[in-house]
Design a binder for this molecule. Sequence first.
Ligand SMILES: Nc1ncnc2c1ncn2[C@@H]1O[C@H](COP(=O)(O)OP(=O)(O)OP(=O)(O)O)[C@@H](O)[C@H]1O
Length: 479
Amino acid sequence: MATTPSDRLLVIDDEPDLRTLYEMTLLREGYNLVSAGTVSEALALLEQERFTAVISDMRLPDGSGLDVLAWLERAQRPERVVVITAHGSAENAVEALKAGAFDYLTKPVDLRQFRSVVASATGRDAQRSRREAAASAPLVRSEALGRLAGESEVMHQVRALIDKVSRSMAPVLLQGESGTGKELVARAIHGQGPRAGLPFVAVNCGAIPEHLLEAEFFGYRKGAFTGAAEDREGFFQAAQGGTLFLDEIGDLPLAMQSKLLRAIQERAVRPVGAVAETPVNLRLVSATHKDLAAEVTAGRFRQDLFYRLNVIQIRVPPLRERLQDLDDIAQALLQRIAADAGVVPAPSLSASALQRLRAYPFPGNVRELENVLHRALALSGGQLLEAEDLDLPDAQGLALPVEREAEPVTAPTPLAEGPLPDDLAAYLDRVERVVLERALAAHRYNRTAAGASLGLSLRQMRYRMARLGIGGPEGDGGA
Ligand SMILES: Nc1ncnc2c1ncn2[C@@H]1O[C@H](COP(=O)(O)OP(=O)(O)OP(=O)(O)O)[C@@H](O)[C@H]1O
């Protein structure tokens, strides 16, 4: 590959053999480099010139890789730093990421991984993929960040954090109620980062049946189980080079938590039925509406996995805590919904409509607001949406949700009597298909509303529709 003048690296390691190994590997890749054996030598070189990236061992005779990181932070230098930590030292890796390292590698260094991590630190992988995918990949860069409306103090903080974390590969944990915009934040982190042109794969951990998790995450080989007619890649392979967004991570069963932890530690996954592992290099963003620290205390979430995922935490507050954003968000959503529906110009909200919105607590947060506006737009037809068009209960009339008695479940008639199905999975798929299709038709193909009527989130609905190959008119903005 052609070298650009910016491909200049600084390698810091005190062991001559390792330094030679790194140098040889990098020279063969076409990089141009200098090396140092101590922190002070490294700082002297850094004072003289700028590098694209710095690759530093953690333990050095006169200090540590963290000292180099701290120096670069203080000097506000743009170099990306990859630290190399001792095997099994999760603390060091997490500490380095928190201190601003771009990424880390663990000893003994796997050279394939080394090349791939350095390629992302120098931006080569992103450049290559942008060239390859220029026309076909949707350019997510900045688009998601642009969609994130709201000028409240807390939203400014969220945006500042997105900007900061997007510069490294550090895992991010997003904490917030359902519908607050966690996925949008995850997309913004990806879109602002150096790998914006690479895939962003969103997975709702809670929507996948437990027995399919491993195959869905890591893929499988042909013949691994009945029905595995060909090799299939998992989410990790699909997100290779980019970002894997694990939503509702708190719903992951313990057994799968262990497998996920292993994949993070080893930076490799083994598809079901495969002998060899496949290296993966991606950024993990996870999200939860649960208090994961409390889940750890309760023994439902692995402490070590929590530690690995929670390197940087961003809290996305509920809408009721940032009511001053409501007007901006409502207007932004209305613009988008109207544009998607081909309604030009977009209608606006009357003063009374805005007042009604402000008085409503929005337990379903921004997603609920989006649905309310969808419905209002479909029903009103005018240029000004009034309070009545929103179809919201008065603030005074709002009652707390009453727990409904669970309705008795009656088995579908064919099962109460008559022959039992000879293929239960296929039979249940047929039942599910009929239920989903009926709910979709009843809600004019609005997947959010159809899902809600069945007690499913939009993601669960999407997952089920995709699994059963149910298409149909795009009925809402949840895609
Ligand atoms: N600040 C915002 N400005 C504009 N639109 C927003 C904002 N926050 C969220 N949205 C929109 O609200 C909807 C719900 O957001 P999103 O799916 O990101 O929430 P979530 O927290 O991931 O929800 P869940 O936990 O249920 O998966 C999306 O259509 C998103 O684009």
